[in-house]
Design a protein around this ligand. Structure first.
Ligand code: G16
Length: 558
């Protein structure tokens, strides 16, 4: 690194001092905190993104969002060249950069890291970063800070994509690195044309009358509702009403959105007894998560939740069906058997895991965070991953896709229009519809709708695939959430000592009891999850475990 570059870095970073007494940590999906504390962090993330761009000789993405968190928070997610989350190998550097106490230390860290990673500042490559933000009021000024960070690596450029969903930005990064235009219009066109293709391939045509079969979507007062409105202009065969679209006066994520609906299991604002029995869905604040629900009766505010596990089950059934059509009719191809696997976390309802295993599927478990699930799913030819909170997607390996393309060509000449060829075409359409970079509520919504139409299923029928075990989630505020260290995909606590034994003896009191705790990576809380044979039992187990957390780690514990 030459002296000019060093002096640019020193000068610009002195404009963004870190706030006193705050420790930033790269959490489940990047940095997240009160927006007022984040200027220095996003400035430094801008530097990191430019370095990553030079290292990989590719475009990188920076998304200003705090997703499901309250509106006063903000955060930053970093997209790697593939469109996936920043490689975990760079997370310690991201942490160190965010917490460097002053400009001198910051420069020293960058110089050392650049040397270790062999990052060359030779001007041969022009680093480019795509920037996006959600609808939070703090987004615009934080985006400016990120740009300053990017520009402090000489020659780097930041291209502002404006207000976009998180998955759109990840998709754009991936698309551009593959030589596509990667515009928003191209994203909408890819989604709408592959959806149309799936509907056209429904045997005997779609059995659903879209006029009567309306889907009502809660947009969390965020970016997703508006983008869904734009996408709908390119779609026919779908009747969608968007509520809480972000254009009105409602507050982002307050009493609305996928996180609220999935955790509280009550109707979001602007849904009521007029919606009884209708198919409803909720996006989260940056539209990377989606859950479905119905309002079952006017007697209570409770909903029937159709969560990420049910979406995963629907997708697994459909993909499995297409794979078996592909291999059982017509000419056998014994040379290659695609490996299908599903990935869940400890939050997956026990009944869903039993159901998936009952279908003969291989089920893997990882810690919370799509960065872990995505990595595991990428090991399969087709890997379907979902968190119960509605965050997930389906990954298709390059090897499988190129085999499928060849197979489709072969079938098109030998048996055009056969069941086998239609299955190949469906799988190809799914691989284009479903976001290959990251979980994407809009593409998941279109795939769910296409599969329900294909099967002629109502949401109630879909929800009846299996009965969820009653479950409960609670947040507990503690002195220091980093004191909790977990193991075995977060199902066990390794530290503090003694708490796991105490959780075990509480859990043993309940038939079908299961409970675990973990530190959130997006909020300053410990999360408690419990499930049991009845709702009262799940509530009671969760509350006993929350008391244990408070006893061992709470504000008043010694
Ligand atoms: C992020 C991650 C998800 C994770 C969620 C909650 O979602 O992308 O994988 O499930 O946080 O994480 P935690 O329990 O650690 O707070 P989002 O939609 O908020 O970006």
């Amino acid at each position: 690194m030459d002296e000019e570059q060093k002096s640019v870095l020193l000068k610009s970073s002195s404009q963004f001092p870190i706030p006193p007494d705050v420790k930033f940590s790269y959490g489940t999906s990047g940095f997240r905190a009160d927006a007022l504390l984040l200027e220095s962090t996003v400035f430094r993330a801008g530097i990191l993104a430019a370095l990553r761009s030079i290292k990989t000789r590719s475009m990188i993405g920076l998304m200003m969002t705090a997703s499901h968190n309250k509106i006063s928070d903000n955060g930053i997610k970093i997209a790697d060249p593939s469109g996936g989350m920043l490689t975990q190998q760079w997370e310690p550097f991201a942490d160190a950069l965010a917490n460097a106490p002053d400009s001198d230390r910051l420069l020293q860290l960058i110089v050392e890291f650049a040397e270790k990673e062999n990052i060359k500042f030779d001007g041969d490559f022009r680093p480019e970063i795509l920037l996006g933000r959600d609808t939070r009021p703090s987004g615009e000024s934080l985006l400016e800070a990120a740009k300053q960070g990017i520009h402090s690596i000489v020659g780097s450029v930041g291209s502002d994509m404006g207000v976009v969903t998180t998955p759109q930005l990840h998709w754009m990064v991936r698309a551009r690195n593959k030589g596509m235009k990667g515009s928003e219009l191209e994203y909408f066109e890819q989604l709408s044309s592959s959806f149309r293709c799936l509907v056209d391939l429904i045997p005997g045509g779609s059995k659903t009358d879209s006029a009567e079969n309306k889907l009502i979507v809660d947009g969390a007062h965020g970016v997703g509702g508006e983008k869904l409105d734009s996408l709908m202009k390119l779609l026919d065969g779908l009747n969608i009403e968007v509520r809480n679209s972000g254009k009105g006066t409602g507050i982002l994520n307050e009493g609305v959105g996928a996180d609220f609906v999935q955790k509280e299991k009550v109707v979001p604002d602007n849904f009521d007894s007029n919606d009884i029995g209708k198919r409803c869905a909720s996006l989260d604040g940056d539209a990377d998560r989606l859950v479905y629900f119905t309002v079952p009766s006017a007697d209570s505010s409770k909903i029937d939740l159709v969560d990420g596990d049910k979406i995963l089950s629907l997708f697994a059934l459909y993909i499995k069906e297409q794979l078996s059509l592909l291999s059982t009719t017509g000419a056998e191809d014994n040379s290659y058997k695609p490996h299908l696997g599903v990935v869940q976390t400890a939050y997956a309802n026990g009944a869903s895991t039993d159901y998936l295993k009952g279908l003969g599927l291989e089920v893997a478990l990882t810690p919370t965070g799509v960065k872990y699930l995505h990595e595991k799913a990428a090991e399969y030819d087709i890997g379907i991953y979902f968190e119960a909170n509605g965050h997930g997607t389906i990954l298709f390996s390059e090897r499988f896709l190129s085999w499928l393309e060849d197979k489709n060509k072969e079938l098109a000449s030998a048996s055009e229009g056969s069941q086998q060829q239609k299955a190949a075409l469906r799988l190809l359409a799914v691989s284009k519809l479903i976001n290959q970079a990251v979980g994407d509520a809009l593409s998941v919504l279109l795939l769910v709708e296409a599969i329900l139409q294909h099967k002629g299923w109502s949401i109630q029928y879909w929800n009846g695939l299996y009965q969820d075990l009653p479950s409960k989630q609670i947040k507990v505020i503690v002195k220091d959430r980093t004191a909790v260290v977990t193991t075995n995909a977060e199902t066990q606590v390794a530290s503090p000592q003694g708490i796991q034994e105490a959780i075990n003896s509480e859990t043993a009191k309940y038939p079908w009891g299961r409970s675990f705790i973990r530190p959130s990576g997006t909020e300053d809380v410990i999360r408690v999850y419990a499930e049991a044979s009845t709702q009262d039992a799940a509530d009671s187990l969760a509350s006993s475990v929350a008391k244990l957390v408070d006893k061992y780690l709470g504000i008043s514990s010694s």
